[in-house]
Ligand binder design. Sequence first.
Ligand code: ZN
Length: 296
Amino acid sequence: MSGRYCAIQVDLDGLWVIEKLSGRSVPLETDPVFYDGTERLLRLFEEFGVKATFFVVAKDLESGNKLNLVRRIISSGHEIASHGMSHGYITMLDDDEARREIAGSKEAIDNALGLKIAGFKAAGFAARREVVPFLEEAGYRYDSSVLPTSLGPVMEAVLKVRYRKWGMATAPRGPYVPARKDIFRRGESAIVELPVTTMPLLRFPAHFSYASAMGLTYASITRPHKFSRYVTYLFHPLDLVDRAAMVGGKVLPKTRISFDGRVALARAMLEHFVTGFNIVTSREMAQIVRSKHAAA
Ligand SMILES: [Zn+2]
């Protein structure tokens, strides 16, 4: 197990984020996805002794109830990082708007919670080639936006978004120090990139949300192998929400696995990681990668 690291991550996308993809708007506070899904993830992480990294959208901290829940996440020993200001896709913003998502969200989260967060993950894995200086200026230590997958066009279709700048298919699969001019290439900058894990060769996304949408066979084929040195494994609150029981009957993305099946799959995945890897927060993984880079 020594020398193998796994960072469990959660993108705290609430109902308003999911509905925004379909052009609908719902109030920030009325959000069973955010509350129920996050509570269930917290219980599972406690059961397995996992300290995870929760990427929060700064706008959600305007809600007192959500702020309280995020404070409980912190008091349970988890890391908080940024998932942007308002879940805007960096690739579709001009430079000033991109800075607001990146630097503005760090400032808002730091101020609301009295912390100094270290990490950023772009909404929708929409990493943009030129974004490293923005991350450096804002004072981040790591980014976890790159999804080095061959399935960019498919994901664009599924998420109904045109990212325009998919440069991810050829990005390194494991963590790296990116070039200042190009987040998809190795180089020298003050940031560490922790790509969201994809499977070797075919580079299909390996994270839980994708697996639960695609089914159990896909989940087992893409399960990050115990020989991987570094794994980042991503959940969303929606993964662990009982959609049938949700008030309001919102139209949510389809999943091939039942609610009970998803909870069982989450347990199996966490068991797999705690027995095969050192579980670290994303911040800790970035520090390990940075010190190895400095020593090399
Ligand atoms: Zn998101």
